[in-house]
Design a protein around this ligand. Structure first.
Ligand code: NAD
Length: 301
């Protein structure tokens, strides 16, 4: 491409992105869509499922926790929604493939896939067990591949659909004593960014992606998160507000959501600021949590 044409196109795309910030975006309808939410038995996943149910979607619930999943289904039905709950251990490839097939036969093609299930074990990289590290990557990363590979083909055929992922701000700026978790969320951010590019290159611009990157959420997932009183604006989010913003982003085809808004500059800062400046800022925020896996290599202070 001619350099002047390229520069003009770069300028145009930047102008377009700038203007779009001020133009209200219409929300698409999910009525009649089949929305699959993994990790739907509790926390953000349950709130996502309830919200999609209220919007008229058929909500397919996956979780390893059968009782919690059934409780979510019950709540959706009480609110007049349509749902099917499936027990599925997302750390197991064969199980994902088997349950995905069952969903296709019993409910139909999934048109919106929301990979939300996640696990976390806080502890130093040497104190975590091999199994804990493997499980973090099986549930937080590999499960995304297996669900995408199961449900993307029908979206490709129709050039329509949406794939969303619950990543984390740890996908941009990781935390000590969460090395496996942070790196798994970096992988999800990378997966979603490159998947979007691959779909565009294949002409499948009708398939959208959304990556949701919250700070701490009050679900009990991270043990006892605390934020120093000097850190203005930062707070632990509620699962309801995370789910509402995430659903809104899907309905508006927004590619990335970072919440709370005070954290939006984190990706840029990790690229621009010197390493020592980043460490200084991270340490001064005085953010802490309890260690789940303790041992001789844990020393948080
Ligand atoms: N809570 C936070 O502070 C926080 C912050 C940023 C991102 N996130 C992300 O949000 C997502 C949801 O977390 P949450 O806070 O709602 O936690 P949660 O513990 O309330 O919910 C997680 C759900 O995933 C399910 N799950 C775990 N392992 C599974 C497996 N092998 N197969 C199927 N389901 C499984 C659990 O049973 C649970 O219902 C996770 O991906 C997490 O990484 C959480």
């Amino acid at each position: 491409m001619n350099i002047f044409v390229l520069l003009a196109k770069i300028f145009w795309t930047m102008l377009e992105a700038f203007v779009q910030k001020f133009v209200p975006v219409k929300r698409k309808s999910v009525r009649g869509e089949v929305v699959l939410v993994t990790g739907a038995a509790h926390g953000v996943g349950r709130c996502l499922a309830l919200e999609f149910g209220r919007l008229g979607a058929t909500v397919v619930l996956w979780d390893i926790n059968r009782d919690g999943n059934e409780a979510t289904a019950e709540q959706i039905r009480e609110e007049g929604g349509t749902t099917r709950a499936y027990q599925c251990d997302c750390s197991k490839r064969e199980e994902i493939q088997r349950v995905a097939q069952q969903v296709k036969e019993e409910v139909g093609d999934v048109t919106i896939l929301f990979n939300n299930a996640g696990v976390m074990t806080t502890g130093s990289v040497l104190d975590l067990t091999d199994d804990q590290i493997e499980r973090t990557f099986q549930v937080n990363v590999l499960a995304h591949f297996w669900t995408i590979r199961a449900f993307l083909p029908s979206m490709m055929t129709r050039n329509q659909g949406h794939i969303a992922a619950l990543a984390s701000i740890a996908g941009y700026s990781g935390s000590p004593y969460m090395v496996d978790y942070s790196s798994s969320k970096h992988a999800v951010v990378g997966l979603m960014n490159t998947l979007q590019k691959e779909l565009e290159l294949q002409g499948k611009d009708g398939i959208k992606t959304t990556t949701v990157c919250p700070f701490f959420v009050d679900t009990g997932f991270c043990p006892n998160p605390k934020i120093g009183s000097t850190t203005a604006g930062l707070r632990v989010l509620s699962p309801e507000e995370v789910a509402l913003q995430a659903v809104d982003a899907v309905l508006k085809n927004i590619r990335r959501v970072i919440m709370p808004s005070e954290m939006r500059s984190v990706p840029l800062m990790t690229q621009l600021l010197p390493y020592k400046t980043q460490s200084l800022m991270q340490n001064s925020a005085d953010i802490s949590f309890d260690l789940m896996q303790s041992g001789p290599h844990n020393k948080t202070d």
